[in-house]
Design a protein around this ligand. Structure first.
Ligand code: EPU
Length: 419
C-alpha cells in the first residue's frame, strides 16, 4: 500500500488547476446507461473511483473509449449484463448509481448492497423506496438488490431526508418513466445540477435542478451528447485550507467560486485574505495564523460534510477555539484520533468536535479510514514539526487527483512511497 511522507513547515505558494468533480463524474458515467447513442464525458478526474466505475460499466459489456484528451466515450449498445457485483460495490458505494438507470432503460438490475462504511451506516432505503413508488418490484436477498420493472411510472416522491445519490438515482430513473415524477426535498448540490444538465442535453425534461423540488417529465428515449464535468468544489476547498493553514498563498484555477460560498465564508471568518475571480480563488495567509471557526455541516447550500475534516485540521492549529458539528454522517470523526496523535487538542462529544488551536502539531505515523479524513491528515502533515507518514492513501487516490504532485507544485515537501 502506498504511503505519503510529508515534511511540515513550508508555507505553500503557487497556483494549481482544479480537476473535474468526482461526485459529478460518477453519476454522469452512470447516466450514460440511459442513452441509446454514445455519450462523451470530458473533464473527468483521473481517480481510482473513476477506474472502478469504468470497470463496473465494462463488466456489463458497455464499450468505453478514452481519447487523447482523456474524454471518455461510453457506448451502451453492447451491454449484456445488468449487474453490479459485490467486489466493485464494496470498494465504491457510488456503484448504487447504476440501479436507477439500468432499471429505467432495461427493466432490470441486480446491484450488491453497499453495506456499512467508515463514516456511518449509509443505508440506501430512500433509493429503493422511491423506485418502488415508481412501480419497480424490488427484493433484497442475499446481499443483493434485485429490481424489475416493465416501464417505470411517474410518482410524487417526498424524500424523508436530503440524499445526494438518492436524488440522482431517482432523477435518472424518472427521465425514462411514463408520466411526471416530482421529487420533493431533493438534494440541491451543484453535482446534482450537473447530472441534470447532462440528462437534459441527452433529451431529458427536467425542471427545478438546484432547488428542492425536481419535476421530471418522462420521455421515450435519451440520446448522445458531450458533457464537460464541473470543477470539484471539495478539491478546491481542500487546497484553500492548505494555503490558509500553512500561512501561504494558494491560487486555485479552473474552479467555480459560486459553488463554495459557505466554505469561503468560513475562510473569511478564519481571517485569511481571499481574492475571488470568475473561475479562480486565491487565499493569502502570509504572515497570518488563522482564527478557529465554528461549523455545522448540512446539505447544500450549507457547509459541506466533505469539508468538515479539513476544517477540523485547520482549527487544530488556529488561534482560539472552534466547535464543529457534523449533522450529515454519524461517524465522520475518525480523523480526530489521528489528529490527537499529532498533538491536536480536540474534545469529541457525540457529533461535536471542540478544538483548541495549538501553535504547532508534531509529526506521527497516521492512517485514515476515509477519503476526506485522509485529506485532513495530509493537511496536518503540512504544518507538523517533522516527517508525517500517512498510511492507506488509497483513500486519497479515490478522490484527489495527483495530490502529491499538486502539493509539490505549491512547494510542499511531500513524497509518495510505493508499497
Ligand atoms: N441516507 C439515508 N437513506 C438513504 C440515503 C441516505 O438514511 O437511502 C442518509 C445517509 O445515511 C446520510 C444522509 O442521508 O446520513 C445523507 O447521505 P447522502 O445520501 O446524501 O450521501 P451519498 O449520496 O451516499 C454523497 C457523496 C458523499 C457526500 C454526501 C453528502 C457521492 C458519490 N458521494 O454521498 O461524498 O459526503 O453525498 O454530501 O456523491 C466524498 O466525496 O468523500 C463523499 C463521501
Amino acid at each position: 500500500m502506498d504511503k505519503l511522507i510529508i515534511t511540515g513547515g513550508v508555507a505553500l505558494d503557487g497556483n494549481i488547476r482544479i480537476s473535474g468533480a468526482k461526485n459529478a463524474a460518477l453519476p454522469i458515467l452512470a447516466a450514460t446507461l440511459l442513452a441509446d447513442e454514445p455519450v462523451t464525458v470530458g473533464n473527468i478526474p483521473h481517480l481510482h473511483d473513476i477506474t472502478t466505475t469504468m470497470e463496473l460499466l465494462g463488466q456489463m459489456g458497455v464499450g468505453l473509449v478514452v481519447d487523447e484528451k482523456l474524454n471518455i466515450e461510453v457506448d451502451t449498445s453492447t451491454i449484456e449484463k445488468f449487474y453490479a457485483p459485490y467486489e466493485l460495490v464494496k470498494t465504491m458505494r457510488a456503484s448504487i448509481l447504476v440501479l436507477g438507470p439500468l432499471l429505467a432503460r432495461f427493466g432490470r438490475a441486480e446491484v450488491s448492497l453497499p453495506g456499512g462504511c467508515a463514516i456511518g451506516s449509509r443505508p440506501v432505503n430512500l433509493h429503493i423506496e422511491g423506485l418502488t413508488r415508481m412501480g419497480a418490484e424490488i427484493e433484497v436477498k442475499n446481499g443483493f438488490i434485485h429490481a424489475r420493472a416493465k416501464r417505470l411510472k411517474g410518482a410524487h416522491l417526498v424524500l424523508d431526508q436530503v440524499t445526494v445519490t438518492g436524488t440522482e438515482n431517482l432523477m435518472m430513473a424518472a427521465t425514462l418513466a411514463k408520466g411526471t415524477t416530482i421529487i420533493e426535498n431533493a438534494a440541491r448540490e451543484p453535482e446534482v445540477v450537473d447530472v441534470a444538465r447532462c440528462l437534459i442535453a441527452m433529451g431529458a425534461q427536467i425542471e427545478g435542478a438546484g432547488t428542492d423540488t425536481l419535476v421530471i417529465e418522462g420521455v421515450q428515449r435519451l440520446g448522445g451528447t458531450h458533457h464537460y464535468v464541473l470543477p470539484d468544489r471539495i478539491e478546491t476547498g481542500t487546497y484553500l485550507v492548505a494555503g490558509a493553514m500553512t500561512g501561504g498563498r494558494v491560487k486555485v484555477k479552473d474552479t467555480n467560486p459560486a459553488m463554495l460560498e459557505s466554505v469561503l465564508e468560513k475562510l473569511e471568518q478564519a481571517k485569511v485574505k481571499l481574492n475571488v475571480g470568475d473561475d479562480w480563488i486565491e487565499v493569502d495567509a502570509r504572515g497570518l495564523r488563522p482564527q478557529a471557526v465554528d461549523i455545522r455541516t448540512a446539505p447544500y447550500p450549507a457547509f459541506p460534510t466533505d469539508m468538515q475534516a479539513q476544517f477540523t485540521a485547520l482549527n487544530s492549529v488556529a488561534e482560539g477555539s472552534g466547535m464543529i458539528s457534523e449533522t450529515v454522517f454519524e461517524n465522520r470523526f475518525m480523523h480526530v484520533q489521528e489528529l490527537q496523535r499529532m498533538g491536536a487538542d480536540i474534545k469529541l462529544e457525540g457529533n461535536i468536535a471542540i478544538t483548541k488551536g495549538i501553535k504547532r502539531l508534531t509529526a506521527a505515523p497516521v492512517m485514515a479510514t476515509d477519503l476526506r479524513a485522509s485529506a485532513s491528515l495530509v493537511l496536518a502533515g503540512l504544518v507538523a514539526e517533522g516527517g508525517t507518514l500517512v498510511d492507506r492513501i488509497y483513500h486519497i487516490d479515490r478522490g484527489y487527483e495527483r495530490i502529491e504532485e499538486k502539493l509539490e507544485q505549491l512547494g510542499a515537501k511531500i513524497r509518495r512511497i510505493p508499497g
